[in-house]
Design a protein around this ligand. Structure first.
Ligand code: SF4
Length: 344
């Protein structure tokens, strides 16, 4: 791969500094200096091109560590990344996450050029429901508000009344002025939200292929093998997992829990990337991860991030028809209005 199309090649000193910078972060994940040497030319070039092209990289916590610690300007969950996207001043946002997140960034900051490094970065939840499905639910349950999870396409968001994320779903659904609420598309979350909100939740039958893999039995075994461990489960897990957990929420909530509690060890029942991030950020705590990878999130790597910065293909530039963008924005704006904490 040509690493100097921007017209600038890293000097020996540039590369040595970059290797040191990476190693400081990655050694806790058992990366060697030799591992860092292999990626340093790529991270150096990406960081250089970001400045040259006035771009920022927003990365989800499930991204590879070389993205999170090598090139990201901001790392967060769907909610915090969408807030961050609104505030971006740079011309270009490179979204190291999945397609619905890049769409959300474009909807919230339409003047910016939003780039998605891989066309394989979809999501089983977003692909699990269509516009027609939502219209059919609306017809079947007239007058019942429809809350859609942020893990949906822009076109689906445009058909719903309010968008929610794992960090604010309980708060928003409780505030909706109806005892009955349609929540789409995650069937596990739908079952969890009933008891957590006290509402009658009508749902849909899609699931996250990562969180669908965990079982209550696995969590029981984990607890029996690790005395005193705190178990933090994502809201997208099956209710049998949620029942066994000490904390249930989204990734930001899990991070906050680890940051603010005094326990020594935590198990994160979610995608593997979050545990890598927390091992680096909280080196004095023991973090057990799940080793379940999201193939959509992991479709993003340093190579395709560099390529999209250099010369994006038309299909990597996020475009949303104006009518859909404006109606989807109304769902997102309602979410922000109904969420008490401005950042999670
Ligand atoms: S982890 Fe699950 S919800 Fe997140 S992008 Fe992957 S499939 Fe979608």
């Amino acid at each position: 791969m040509n690493l100097s199309v921007s017209g600038h090649s890293p000097s020996k000193t540039d590369l040595e500094l970059e290797i040191e910078r990476l190693y400081e972060k990655m050694k806790i994940l058992h990366w060697t200096k030799e591992d860092c040497e292999l990626i340093a030319p790529l991270t150096w070039e990406i960081n250089h091109l970001k400045k040259e092209k006035d771009a920022v990289i927003l990365a989800h916590s499930y991204q590879l560590p070389q993205i999170i610690f090598g090139v990201a300007d901001y790392v967060g969950d769907s909610y915090s990344l969408s807030r961050q996207a609104m505030d971006v001043q740079a011309d270009t946002i490179v979204f190291c996450g999945v397609e619905f997140m890049a769409e959300t960034a474009k909807i919230l900051n339409p003047e910016k050029r939003v780039l998605l490094p891989s066309l394989k970065a979809g999501c089983s939840l977003a692909e699990g429901i269509s516009v027609e499905d939502v219209k059919n639910l609306r017809n079947e349950y007239p007058g019942v508000p429809i809350a859609c999870y942020v893990n949906t396409s822009a076109a689906v968001k445009a058909e719903c009344d309010v968008c929610v994320t794992s960090s604010n779903a309980i708060e928003i659904i409780k505030k909706l002025d109806s005892d009955k609420v349609i929540f789409v598309p995650d069937r596990h979350m739908m079952k969890n939200l009933g008891p957590l909100t006290g509402k009658d939740i009508i749902g849909w039958d899609a699931e996250c292929i990562v969180h669908d893999q965990f079982t209550g039995e696995q969590v029981q075994q984990l607890r029996s093998e690790n005395a005193g461990i705190k178990i933090l489960a994502h809201t997208e897990c099956d209710p049998s997992v949620v029942l066994e957990a000490d904390y249930v929420g989204g990734t930001s909530g899990m991070i906050k829990y680890v940051r603010t509690s005094n326990e020594d060890s935590y198990a994160l029942i979610t995608e593997c990337g979050l545990s890598d991030r927390l091992k680096v950020e909280f080196p004095n705590k023991t973090i057990l991860g799940s080793c379940v990878l999201c193939p959509y999130m992991k479709a993003i790597n340093l190579e395709n991030t560099l390529e999209v910065l250099r010369s994006p293909q038309p299909e990597q530039i996020i475009e949303i028809p104006l009518d859909i963008a404006s109606r989807a924005k109304a769902s997102l704006k309602k979410m922000f209005e109904m969420t008490s904490s401005p950042r999670s």
